[in-house]
Design a protein around this ligand. Sequence first.
Ligand code: NAD
Length: 251
Amino acid sequence: MRLKNKVAIITGAAVGIGRAAALRFAQEGANVVVTDINSGGAREVADTITASGGRAIALAHDVSRESQWIEVVGAAVEAFGTVDVLFNNAGIFVLKPLAETALEDWERVMAINVTGVFLGMKHVMPLMANAGKGSVINASSVAGLVGSPRSTMYSASKGAVRAMTKGAALEYAARGVRANSIHPGLVDTAMADYASGTAGRSKQELGHAMSPMGRLGTAEEVSNLALFLASDDSSYMNGAELVLDGGFTAA
Ligand SMILES: NC(=O)c1ccc[n+]([C@@H]2O[C@H](COP(=O)([O-])OP(=O)(O)OC[C@H]3O[C@@H](n4cnc5c(N)ncnc54)[C@H](O)[C@@H]3O)[C@@H](O)[C@H]2O)c1
């Protein structure tokens, strides 16, 4: 029970990595606030948690909208009294050649991947600081560390997450609130399906190309890293960037 009595908000938690983290955090004793723009999916995850004896609520939440962040934080505090963990997981993956990237594409990716994380930290970290404790986990990517063709826009968004995390980590360090970014390689979720479709290569082929270990990561493997950062096991870890990519960026 590594998260016993902790309250965790997880964004984009209807499917994929966020869903796996919601289930994992609940198994470890957390009260989970499952949020997603896909409210039906979020409800299904919260129902799964409560059906197995855990505590969770589901909220419709577009992370790019500040008014919805205010509502989510208010609902979390009303339901569970505080917020100990924020996993800014929601994100979108759009690959386009630079010259074919419309300004609207850029603005949409930045609104969700960058503004969403900024707003989450803005509205949750002061609350955590008042309580003198908290852990923020921001979903970046290997794309926030290295480049690849057609990934200028996505890399820009994930590079911003990496840098924002360090700024916020330093701002709140003395008040007991930590923030770290995670940098997965290609993980077998809808995003890997999308990457496979745009590349015209199977997920197995992409696993070989994207990882010295020869396979994609799993959402459960990422959720284990998020659990470590959410728990007190990582109590001296702050402003760090944790890579989990089977060795892709070691080359
Ligand atoms: N899957 C990968 O290969 C991979 C690799 C590195 C980083 N990441 C990052 O991990 C995070 C989760 O990825 P995933 O693979 O689980 O993706 P996914 O596409 O499986 O799930 C993303 C979730 O975010 C939700 N979402 C989309 N827009 C939203 C919005 N405006 N507000 C709230 N929720 C919204 C979706 O409804 C969905 O439930 C993302 O930030 C992604 O960039 C993923």
